[in-house]
Design a protein around this ligand. Structure first.
Ligand code: ADP
Ligand code: MG
Length: 617
């Protein structure tokens, strides 16, 4: 049989390599920024068009390239940064593989201009799909400019695989943040579609963080410093009381290179142990300096993962130094998480004048009335009060018997926990729909065929979701005017996100009076959002959008409703009065789809008398 093995032509090999190096426009941003840093630039400009799909350009004032180097830089495995394998263990540069430019040139239209200080003129090279189209002498300032246009022009499948512009732009900004944070001594400017997004002058580390994440960040930072033989730690952690629901602001840099490490992240979390509220994440901006010989950054092609020789020691040092800083700035004793958060004064209310307290009297209250009202339900969220004959509504919605049985057997009745008057419950059972709350989580209710268990959090989410969605889609908003405008602080990127869904937010009842660079001002809120909850609701919304940016208008509204319903729904662990329980059940069965939560999880299960009987055999 004839020989069948062939060497792949260079341009094919480059395209294959590009698959590893370039996943999206943000990968190009990372490679070009890193090359500029390796070239000792002090000012770096990043220009982006259409989230990088049409253009990613990086202009630096670094050392530039000679004519030959400019041409060679596009060859695969062409690098000025290492000469032999040993150099890999003494790396002081970002790049070393010599693959980035070759890969990028294989899948885009690339224009390079470069000039070295000593030369009078520079070189311009145009390459399309690995093919050199032209090479000329040009007048250009010292340094290098590389423009990467029409990414994946020759691989439509990859191009189609790219996400929407907001998603791709977020990846680009993430990369930009990482590089800019690792090098506060370099000036960075970023433009998107012609407008300036970031202007970060050369500064110290703290100022760089503040310039990126907004002025309000300054007061939230606690410095961390530690120097041992194996590790030098410097940087900041966020004060626990400002911890966010987003994981966003978590940065480790090892020898000025951004890395991801679940293990080291764990070290930080354990240093914060007991200081964070549930569901919030510590923010940190930490630089670790280690001997380059003790790490291996070669294990991942995009180099965000790293292998340390002695991980356990690093873990221990990191944990101890963060703990020490938190303690030194006497953060730990000030916090008291046991207190009722309802009693907190939101910080934006601090300087307001006190108002006269209002007394509300229910003139219709009659203590001798038949129906027993044990606690006045003040939950405005239960606006709908459909007929109480909801039992008939769920018929046919019952979940599969086996499933419900399984779920049910996990629920334990602990009657000892009920310390109240047991006869009280019996009396309530007689007068109401015999609802009963267990573990402040489920509502048990009698139905004709047996009993029903309702998950209070999910049920309320469903009720709020349908209500919010209705307001957004029919564009009929109900808003409560705030006495004083509330100013909330976000990062620049977060403000942009909120602005992009401003219209939908307004249909839920929000009224915005200003969108600043890192803050927004609100003068009205939806009626079912307490003013003190506004920042929590918006923060959660930003997290949800960042995790799943909707492409169509419909899904934007849908996600907004889902996110707000999730934030506002009564939580597991919240005790409900009999009347609140009944309202919730009634509202649930007034919904279009009462049997599932907005995220498609069951809101209730049923257990028939037959099934109960079988359990007693
Ligand atoms: P690597 O960075 O791994 O060496 P690249 O493909 O990214 O590989 O770059 C190849 C070579 O091109 C670099 O080693 C460097 O010599 C040169 N080069 C790339 N970008 C620049 C730049 N902005 N300024 C000066 N030289 C550059
Ligand atoms: Mg490189």
């Amino acid at each position: 049989m004839a020989d069948i093995i062939q060497l792949l032509p260079d341009h094919v090999a480059n395209q294959i390599a590009a698959g590893e190096v370039v996943q999206r426009p943000a990968s190009v941003v990372k490679e070009l920024l890193e090359n500029a840093i390796d070239a000792q630039a002090t000012t770096i400009k990043l220009l982006i068009k259409d989230a990088g799909k049409t253009l990613v350009q990086v202009i630096d004032n670094g050392v530039g390239m000679s004519v030959t180097d400019a041409r060679l830089s596009f060859e695969r495995h062409a690098t000025s940064k290492i000469r032999n394998a040993e150099d890999l263990f003494q790396l002081h540069t970002k790049g070393f593989r010599g693959e980035a430019l070759a890969s990028i040139a294989a899948i885009a239209h690339v224009e390079l201009k470069s000039k070295q200080e000593a030369d009078d003129v520079g070189t311009e090279i145009v390459i399309e799909g690995s093919e050199v189209k032209s090479q000329e002498v040009v007048v250009t300032p010292k340094g290098t400019s590389i423009a990467v246009k029409n990414l994946f022009f020759n691989i439509p499948a990859r191009r189609n695989f790219l996400k929407s512009n907001p998603v791709e732009l977020r990846h680009v900004i993430d990369e930009f943040h990482r590089v800019a944070l690792a090098h506060p001594n370099i000036t960075f400017v970023m433009y998107h579609n012609g407008s300036e997004v970031f202007n970060l002058p050369e500064s110290n580390y703290r100022q760089r963080i503040v310039n990126i994440f907004g002025n309000k960040t300054n007061e939230k930072l606690v410095p961390v410093t530690e120097e041992t033989e194996v590790l030098k730690v410097s940087g900041f952690v966020g004060k626990p009381e400002f911890a966010k629901k987003t994981r966003g602001e978590q940065f480790f840099f090892v020898n000025n290179r951004f890395i991801k490490s679940a293990y080291l992240n764990h070290a930080i979390n354990s240093a914060f142990d007991g200081l964070l509220k549930d569901g919030t994440h510590a923010s940190y901006f930490l630089n670790l300096e280690v001997d380059p010989q003790s790490i291996d950054i070669n294990i991942h092609p995009t180099k965000t993962e790293i292998k340390f020789d002695d991980e356990q020691t690093l873990y221990a040092i990191l944990r101890a130094s963060v703990k020490h800083s938190l303690g030194q700035f006497s953060i730990a004793p000030v916090l008291d998480f046991e207190r009722d958060s309802n009693l907190d004064t939101p910080y934006n209310y601090k300087d307001r004048e006190a108002a006269f307290p209002k007394v509300e009297v229910d003139a219709t209250f009659n203590p001798f009335q038949e129906e027993k009202v044990s606690g006045k339900a003040n939950r405005t969220a239960y606006k709908k009060e459909p007929s109480s004959s909801w039992e008939s509504l769920y018929v046919g919605l019952e979940s599969k018997g086996t499933h419900s049985q399984q779920v049910f057997s996990e629920v334990q009745f602990e009657s000892e926990e009920q310390t109240g008057d047991i006869f009280e419950d019996v009396k309530q059972a007689e007068t109401s729909h015999s609802t009963y709350q267990i573990h402040n989580k489920y509502i048990v209710s009698n139905i004709k065929s047996g009993i029903m268990l309702i998950d209070q959090h999910r049920a309320h989410q469903r009720v709020l979701y349908e209500d919010l969605l209705k307001h957004i889609t029919i564009k009929e908003s109900v808003s409560q005017q705030l006495l004083f405008p509330v100013e909330l602080f976000f990062s620049n990127e977060e403000v942009v996100i909120l602005q992009s869904i401003q219209e939908d937010l307004e249909h839920t009842g929000f009224v915005f009076s200003n969108f600043g660079k890192d803050s927004i001002e609100i003068t009205g809120v939806p009626i079912n959002v307490p003013a003190s909850e506004v920042s929590v609701v918006l923060e959660q919304l930003i997290v949800d959008i960042q995790n799943e940016i909707p492409d169509s208008h419909f899904s934007a509204a849908d996600m907004l409703a889902k996110s707000m319903a999730k934030s506002l729904a009564i939580k597991t662990g919240q005790s409900l009065t009999a009347i609140e329980q009944e309202h919730l059940v009634n509202s649930l069965f007034g919904c279009k789809e009462p049997n599932v939560s907005p995220t498609n999880k069951p809101t209730f299960i049923t257990l028939t008398v037959d099934e109960l009987d079988r359990k007693f055999i």
